[in-house]
Design a protein around this ligand. Structure first.
Ligand SMILES: Nc1ncnc2c1ncn2[C@@H]1O[C@H](COP(=O)(O)OP(=O)(O)O)[C@@H](O)[C@H]1O
Ligand SMILES: [Mg+2]
Length: 268
């Protein structure tokens, strides 16, 4: 079973904007999938369909085996956590603690279980000191961490993150990657949108490249090294692919690149 199956998905906004045009997609379970595309290519609109914020106007979507329709939304939302691009859309309680506890409380878990899940989620993202603060006073990075802690407390099987690194400094981005990877190593399916090709190249197992509401290509990360495809999508070839082009080596991260360079240095 795939995590997501989409056939013929089309979505038009009220003002007539055709945000998604006849999309067909399969997203595998337990993988890390990056959705890439320039501004306005339809990433957020697609992501809003993955836990039922939007229902298909045309076409079909199956999420974790459940057809996306009204009667399945609550079941799907228990399995799929969605991190909004803007954390202000997600945080509404008077304290960080209550915000994170909201989801587990909503699941009607015992107060003991709510407490344990909330504390462990706060610890995981290192925000225990913010526990009693009102979320609206926090910095963007802190807000994103609170929002992700709220999702972790729900123990989702699948996490969908819309531009999770936008506005974060490099250290916070690293922390966010670590949190997501940790979740994936425990079996969760991860889907994130980004226009950062370098990050996607290093991080993803699979990529989906979008342009003007269509899926231009989907598959292995190698797709990102296809210059023509990237140009067509208004994206760039990842820097590592650019540097090692034609060498026969295909390092996907800094450590692998260092190994290749050391190998050459030892030869001369
Ligand atoms: N609420 C809205 N009303 C009308 N058009 C919208 C709305 N939200 C997004 N769009 C348009 O839909 C298209 C896809 O947008 P979006 O999914 O947000 O792209 P991305 O996340 O890739 O930047 C864009 O042309 C955008 O202007
Ligand atoms: Mg977007």
């Amino acid at each position: 079973m795939n995590a997501v199956d989409i056939t013929g998905l089309t979505y038009n906004y009220d003002d007539g904007t055709e945000a998604l045009k006849e999309i067909h997609l399969k997203i595998e379970k337990n993988k890390k999938t990056a959705i890439l595309g320039s501004n306005g290519s339809g990433k957020t609109t697609l992501i809003y369909h993955l836990n039922g914020i939007f229902l298909p106007q045309q076409g079909q979507i199956t999420v974790m085996g459940y057809p996306l329709k009204k009667e399945n939304i609550s079941k799907i939302r228990q399995m799929v956590g969605l991190l909004f691009d803007n954390p202000d859309n997600q945080l509404f309680s008077t304290t960080v603690f209550n915000d994170i506890a909201f989801g587990p409380r909503n699941l009607k878990l015992s107060e003991e279980e709510v407490l344990s899940r909330t504390l462990s989620a706060m610890k995981r993202v290192n925000i225990e000191v913010l526990k009693d603060k009102p979320p609206y006073n926090l910095s963007l990075g802190q807000k994103k961490k609170v929002a992700i802690a709220g999702l972790l407390a729900m123990e989702p099987e699948m996490m969908v993150c819309d531009e999770p690194f936008s506005g974060l400094d490099p250290y916070s981005t690293g922390q966010m990657v670590e949190i997501l990877n940790d979740l994936n190593s425990k079996g969760a399916t991860l889907i994130l949108s980004t226009h950062d090709v370098n990050l996607a190249f290093t991080w993803a197992d699979q990529v989906i490249i979008m342009k003007e509401g269509k899926v231009l290509a989907a598959g292995e990360v190698e797709l990102l090294t296809d210059r023509e495809l990237m140009l067509q999508a208004f994206l760039e070839v990842p820097m590592l692919a650019e540097i090692f082009k034609g060498t026969g080596f295909k390092p996907r991260n800094a450590e692998e690149a260092v190994d290749v360079i050391k190998f050459y240095i030892q030869k001369v």
